[in-house]
Design a protein around this ligand. Structure first.
Ligand code: NAP
Length: 252
């Protein structure tokens, strides 16, 4: 119950890690705005959220994080309904479009950068601007990078570049926004069982699992636990850091 009366925003909340984060934040007492490119999947997440506390009220919204206009409309909708900006934001929207470097079409490179990197920038900027404008900014912004952004991965030049960028974006945001009481941190999952990794060929997953010291893929709830910690005041002296949630994959 660390997030009672906190307004939170989760992008990509209609699936996988974003859905688990939404559930975890709601179970800690927060009101959650679940935003996703698919309003139906956002609605489905909201239908699964705990909402038994007084004043706790969730909302589903459609957003395309790669569009400045769409992100702006989302923030306006949130502030119209709740009369405040979210003080916690978890950027979980993301995509993969894999191909080997030698074959990768420019469009695939651009789209992954637009959603994963530019999307994290647009949402982080819009939330930070709204918090600063409201005059009592204190907040926690969390981005989803990936261990792949640190070590690279076959077939993921676009994705690895986008996630390395997300870490740099987050550290810079942390430096610039700390004077407003806004903390920014990045979570780096390894291989987590979600619709995103459903697309990875079985033989690649078997190989990856054999490299994980803890011997298994992660569960979205295990990433959500770390996001809830970073959202809460338990992490009040932590900013500009990246936390690996990988079962020890590629440690050191
Ligand atoms: P997921 O299940 O595919 O969830 C991502 C969600 O984001 C989906 O609902 C997706 O909608 C939505 N989305 C895609 N493009 C969007 C856009 N332009 N605007 C708003 N929402 C959009 O993936 P996940 O595994 O939970 O991944 C969540 C985050 O963790 C991502 O940033 C991912 O890169 C990162 N991550 C995941 C893993 C892993 O192993 N799963 C590892 C490292 C990092 P559609 O389904 O309709 O595209």
């Amino acid at each position: 119950m660390r997030l009672i009366s906190r307004l939170t925003l989760v992008t990509g909340g209609g699936s996988g890690i974003g859905r688990a984060v939404s559930q975890r934040l709601a179970s800690e007492g927060a009101s959650v705005v679940v935003a996703d490119i698919s309003e139906d999947s956002a609605n489905e997440t909201v239908g699964r959220l705990q909402s038994d506390l007084k004043g706790q009220s969730h909302m589903a919204a459609a957003v395309d994080v790669s569009s400045k206009e769409s992100v702006k409309k989302l923030l306006t909708r949130i502030q119209t309904r709740y009369f405040q900006p979210p003080s916690v934001c978890v950027n979980s929207a993301g995509i993969t479009q894999d191909d080997f470097l030698l074959n990768m079409e420019e469009e695939k490179f651009d789209r992954v950068i637009q959603v994963n990197l530019k999307g994290s920038f647009l949402v982080t900027q819009a939330v930070a601007q709204a918090l600063v404008a409201c005059g009592s900014p204190k907040g926690s912004i969390i981005t989803l990078g990936s261990i792949v952004g640190k070590v690279g991965n076959l077939g993921q030049a676009n994705y690895a570049a986008s996630k390395a960028g997300v870490e740099g974006l987050t550290r810079t945001a942390a430096k610039e926004l700390s004077r407003f009481g806004i903390r920014c941190n990045c979570v780096l999952p390894g291989f987590i069982t979600t619709p995103m990794t459903d697309e990875v060929p079985e033989k690649v997953l078997v190989k990856m699992k054999s490299l994980v010291p803890l011997g298994r893929m992660g569960d979205p709830a295990e990433v959500a636990d770390v996001c809830a910690f970073l959202a809460s005041d338990d992490s009040r002296y932590i900013t500009g850091t990246s936390i690996e949630v990988t079962g020890g994959l590629f440690m050191g």
